[in-house]
Design a binder for this molecule. Structure first.
Ligand code: E4P
Length: 217
C-alpha cells in the first residue's frame, strides 16, 4: 500500500518524508489556501517545492471546469515537474480531460469520487488514480469504506490498472481498514500516519528493556 500525505504544508511533508515511508503527496485548492498559497505563480512554485521534498507522485488540481481549460491548465502543471499528477474533478469534462491526458501518457488523479459508477468511468478514461472520499461519505452517515470495497471488486473483475487512492482519510483506523480492503494508496493527514506507530505495550516494553539494561550495567 502506498502512503500519500494530504497537505500543502511543507514542514509536515518533510516530517513524513523523514520517516522514510512516504510515496507521494496530494493537495487540493482548499489545502493550498489553508497554507496561504494564492496566485498562479505562487501555487506553481509551491508544487515545485513539494516535488523537491518527496520522490513520488504529487497531485496538482486544476481549477477549470471546462475541457479546454482543464487541458490548458493540466499541461502547464504537468510541465512543472515530472512528478506532477494532474488532478481532475469527476465531471463530464473531467472524464474527457482524463482520457486526453492518459492518451498522452500524463498521469491523472480523478477526484471528488463518491460512487462506484464514478470510479468505473474514471477507470474507463484511463485514470492513474481514482480518489474516493471516504471521510466525507462517513460525514453524511454513508459507509465510505464500503465504497472502497465496491471499487476494489469492480476493478479486480476487469483488471483495471487504475489505482484506488483512498482519500479524505481522517484517522488511523481508516488507514488500517483501507489496507484490509486492498486500497492501493491512502492519502491522509500526518496524524493518521503517525497514529500507526503508537501502542502502549510498545512504550511499556521499551521502558522495561531499558530499565533492565541499566540494572545489568
Ligand atoms: C484528496 O485528494 C483530497 O485532497 C482530500 O483527501 C480531501 O479530504 P477532506 O475531506 O479531509 O478535505
Amino acid at each position: 500500500m502506498k502512503f500519500f500525505i494530504d497537505t500543502a504544508n511543507l514542514d509536515q511533508i518533510r516530517e513524513a518524508q523523514a520517516l522514510g515511508i512516504l510515496d507521494g503527496v496530494t493537495t487540493n485548492p482548499s489545502l493550498m489556501a489553508k497554507e496561504g498559497i494564492t496566485g498562479e505563480e505562487n501555487i506553481k512554485n509551491h508544487y515545485k517545492a513539494i516535488c523537491e521534498i518527496v520522490e513520488g507522485d504529487v497531485s496538482a488540481e486544476v481549477i477549470s471546469t471546462d475541457f479546454e481549460g482543464m487541458v490548458r491548465e493540466g499541461e502547464a502543471l504537468a510541465a512543472l515537474h515530472p512528478q506532477i499528477v494532474v488532478k481532475l474533478p469527476m465531471i463530464a469534462d473531467g472524464v474527457k480531460a482524463c482520457k486526453y491526458f492518459s492518451d498522452k501518457g500524463i498521469k491523472t488523479n480523478v477526484t471528488l469520487v463518491f460512487s462506484a459508477g464514478q470510479a468505473l468511468l474514471a477507470a474507463k478514461a484511463g485514470a492513474t488514480y481514482v480518489s474516493p472520499f471516504i471521510g466525507r461519505l462517513d460525514d453524511i452517515s454513508t459507509d465510505g469504506l464500503n465504497l472502497i470495497a465496491e471499487i476494489r471488486q469492480i476493478y479486480d473483475n476487469y483488471m483495471f490498472d487504475t489505482e484506488i487512492l483512498a482519500a479524505s482519510v481522517r484517522h488511523t483506523m481508516h488507514v488500517i481498514d483501507c489496507a484490509k480492503i486492498g486500497a492501493d494508496v491512502m492519502t491522509g493527514p500526518l496524524s493518521a500516519i503517525q497514529g500507526l506507530l503508537k501502542h502502549p505495550l510498545t512504550d511499556i516494553g521499551l521502558e522495561k528493556f531499558l530499565a533492565d539494561y541499566k540494572k545489568g550495567n
